[in-house]
Write a protein that binds this ligand. Structure first.
Ligand code: RIB
Length: 334
């Protein structure tokens, strides 16, 4: 059966094809009674507009891209949920790209998003090089950084103060009496891991201790539970600290499992704190203390910023929003 055409909808509603196009693309420009007649005809005939045709005319599609570092991390699925909520409210679909920390894969994903004529891109960059993002902006695609502060005023970003978060985590451990600490992280090429380490060192110095002596650093290839278990084995082999700060909850949950399997008591032998406060943190065998990020809000606000920049370029004001994280104390440091 041939797809219903705009002309058939126009005939059914008693308007011109141009009026139907206006209802589909600029409904605010059509008088409500006319708009309702067209919308009724669309429903009755089962008209579905052709995405690529309308995006060719408009120069973009009703889609936005979201590029994250690790879709296996609940932190990013929480962000994606916030993004999708706002995008759907505003009539957009979301195309998801997962870099898995691979810079070349990230850039390939960005090019595919550009070819799909997405309206704009939300990205948590895997690296610090701005060039790939500049190449996307040069194509006229709006771009907002998520969980990554922008260092230029003509670039929107929504992030969390990870230096403050790292400092908060380690000050909490020191406040419990810990004096021999370990920071278990992913690759320090990841900005979030760097900033959390800087905050950890800051707290150690503020306690009058030398980070080179009081803070052991252990960097793993990725921030997931498997490497968290590997970190437990390494710490057990090299001598357990009083307390461990993990750069995210997945590492902390893996480390917790490794320590408990080895008969280590948490927090009595080793206190442990993570970062993100994903849902599993509260539900783990020993509930995990963590540094909470406003993840869902990050996704919602970043999407509103992006679509305002796309749909209201003249009136849009670029913003670099920085949230403060929050300490959540549970059994693993009680
Ligand atoms: O991507 C690594 C980490 O950085 C995530 O767990 C989250 O904390 C993000 O900020």
């Amino acid at each position: 059966m041939a797809p219903v055409s705009i002309k058939e909808v126009a005939a059914r509603a008693g308007v011109s094809p141009g009026t139907v196009s206006n209802v589909l693309n600029r409904p605010e420009k059509v008088a409500p009674p006319t708009r309702e007649r067209v919308e009724r005809a669309v429903r009755e005939l089962g008209f579905v507009r052709h995405g690529s045709a309308s995006s060719l005319r408009a120069g973009h599609s009703r889609t936005i891209g979201l590029s994250v570092i690790d879709i296996g991390n609940p932190f990013f699925t929480d962000i994606a949920a916030g993004v999708e909520e706002v995008a759907s409210e505003l009539g957009y679909a979301v195309i998801l790209g997962n870099s898995a920390g691979d810079l070349s894969k990230e850039e390939r994903n960005l090019l595919v998003l550009a070819e799909q004529r997405v309206r704009g891109v939300l990205i948590t960059p895997s690296g610090e090089d701005p060039a790939p993002l500049e190449r996307i902006r040069e194509r006229g695609i709006h771009l907002v950084l998520v969980d990554h502060p922008a260092h230029r005023h003509d670039q929107c970003s929504v992030a969390v103060n990870d230096v403050a978060g790292g400092s908060m985590a380690v000050a909490h451990l020191l406040g419990r009496g810990a004096r021999r600490l370990a920071y278990v992280s992913g690759p320090l090429s990841i900005r979030q891991c760097q900033d959390r380490l800087a905050g950890a060192r800051q707290a150690v110095r503020q306690a009058g201790l030398d980070p080179a002596v009081a803070l052991t650093e252990l960097s793993l290839p990725a921030l997931n539970a498997r490497y968290g278990q590997q970190a437990a084995a390494e710490l057990l082999g090299s001598g357990l600290p009083d307390a461990v700060f993990c750069a995210n909850d997945l590492l902390a949950l893996g480390l917790l499992r490794g320590l408990l399997q080895a008969g280590v008591r948490v927090p009595d032998d080793v206190a442990l704190i993570g970062y993100d406060d994903i849902d599993f943190a509260a539900a783990s065998a020993v509930s995990l203390s963590s540094i909470r990020q406003p993840t869902h809000r990050l996704g919602r606000i970043a999407t509103r910023l992006l679509l305002d920049e796309c749909d209201n370029p003249a009136g849009h004001v670029h913003q670099q929003i920085m949230f403060q994280p929050e300490l959540v104390v549970r059994e693993s440091t009680a």
